[in-house]
Design a protein around this ligand. Structure first.
Ligand SMILES: NC(=O)c1ccc[n+]([C@@H]2O[C@H](COP(=O)([O-])OP(=O)(O)OC[C@H]3O[C@@H](n4cnc5c(N)ncnc54)[C@H](OP(=O)(O)O)[C@@H]3O)[C@@H](O)[C@H]2O)c1
Length: 302
């Protein structure tokens, strides 16, 4: 099997590449950075520039499935121009792949794409399954809906389209966890906002195992990629502090202070999505890390 990965040089993509290679799956990857182009046994890099509509077409040779992870990070201040980049980096890139497949003979049967739980409306009470109709009507909800639409288009070409609505990915190497751990390590950690907002998280290793599962099982449709037991921000902060052997002394950081500091992006920290992942479990996927304590034990071994 050969898989073409976009965004392969990022947090998820790096770990996924290692896992697929260890399973004997060969990798083609597309990168926007020429200095990240490398060929090693089982893995070959190709250049693309989605904004300019440029792509090395030989990336498609022998490919059975595409994994679409590319996208500008959402953890950077949401100015108007950066918001545009967040959207375009996901959608222009998907469209470029779509047109490449449409115009060329190929053997691609499936696209598996990252998506995000930010599609669901901020709520303390609702438990979100994949068929939820309450979509976030803010910027993030808009991005994710457009992103998923750009993947659904591949159905016209006869591909299976699998979208993994990903929660907060836990890793020591990047993403939210080191950012949460830092203030705690410096004795200035505290729950954010009310602290009651749900954080639906997933260990990076489980997420990469889920991509592998989606590829080998030929999954089609949308799946929540979150561990079975989401926790509130207050509980998450407490458990992380315990794991790091630090006290929590300060009161909650008020939402307005976060807004002053981060602008609209503060919504990432205070909005609540309690997400249910029964659908992927019913499809046969087993989480290795659940509940949160087990994930933190693995990430911060004592
Ligand atoms: N980490 C999380 O907690 C989380 C949660 C929910 C959803 N997701 C989604 O899952 C996907 C992978 O996440 P990640 O944490 O691995 O992201 P990441 O570390 O930020 O990596 C994303 C990759 O996308 C490519 N990229 C960046 N800007 C781009 C642009 N303007 N145009 C085209 N490609 C661009 C880069 O690859 P090159 O430099 O090689 O081009 C980069 O390595 C992302 O789409 C993210 O939104 C992540």
């Amino acid at each position: 099997m050969r898989v073409l990965i976009t965004g392969a040089t990022g947090l998820v993509g790096n770990a996924l590449t290692d896992l697929l290679l260890s399973e004997g799956i060969s990798i083609h990857y597309l990168t926007t950075a020429k200095n990240k182009l490398k060929s090693t046994p089982g893995k070959t890099g190709f250049y693309w520039n989605p904004e300019a509509g440029e792509i090395d077409e030989s990336a498609l040779i022998g490919v059975d499935a595409i994994v679409h992870l590319a996208g500008a990070t959402i953890s950077k201040r949401w100015t108007d121009s950066y918001k545009q980049e967040i959207i375009e980096s996901r959608i222009l890139s998907a469209n470029l792949l779509f047109n490449l497949l449409r115009k060329n003979p190929h053997e691609v049967k499936q696209i598996v794409s990252a998506s995000a739980i930010g599609i669901y409306k901020d709520s303390l009470d609702t438990v979100y399954r994949e068929d939820a109709t309450q979509k976030d009507d803010g910027f993030l909800g808009h991005v994710v809906q457009k992103w998923e639409e750009s993947i659904d288009k591949f159905k016209i070409l006869g591909l299976k389209t699998c979208k993994l609505r990903t929660g907060i990915v836990l890793s020591r190497n990047g993403g939210a966890l080191p950012q949460m751990a830092k203030p705690i390590e410096w004795y200035v950690g505290a729950p954010l906002g009310s602290g009651r907002q749900f954080m639906s998280w997933i260990h990076l290793e489980d997420l990469t195992r889920m991509y592998l599962f989606a590829l080998t099982q030929g999954l089609d449709g949308v799946f929540n990629a979150t561990a079975p037991n989401p926790v509130t921000n207050k509980d998450f902060t407490k458990m992380l502090a315990k794991r790091l052997h630090r006290p929590l002394i300060l009161p909650n950081v008020p939402a307005f202070a976060l807004k002053l500091l981060l602008g609209e992006m503060h919504l990432l920290l205070v909005s609540s999505q309690n997400v249910n992942s029964e659908k992927i479990r019913n499809a046969g996927f087993d989480f290795k890390y659940n509940p949160l304590g087990e994930a933190l034990d693995d990430l911060y071994p004592q």
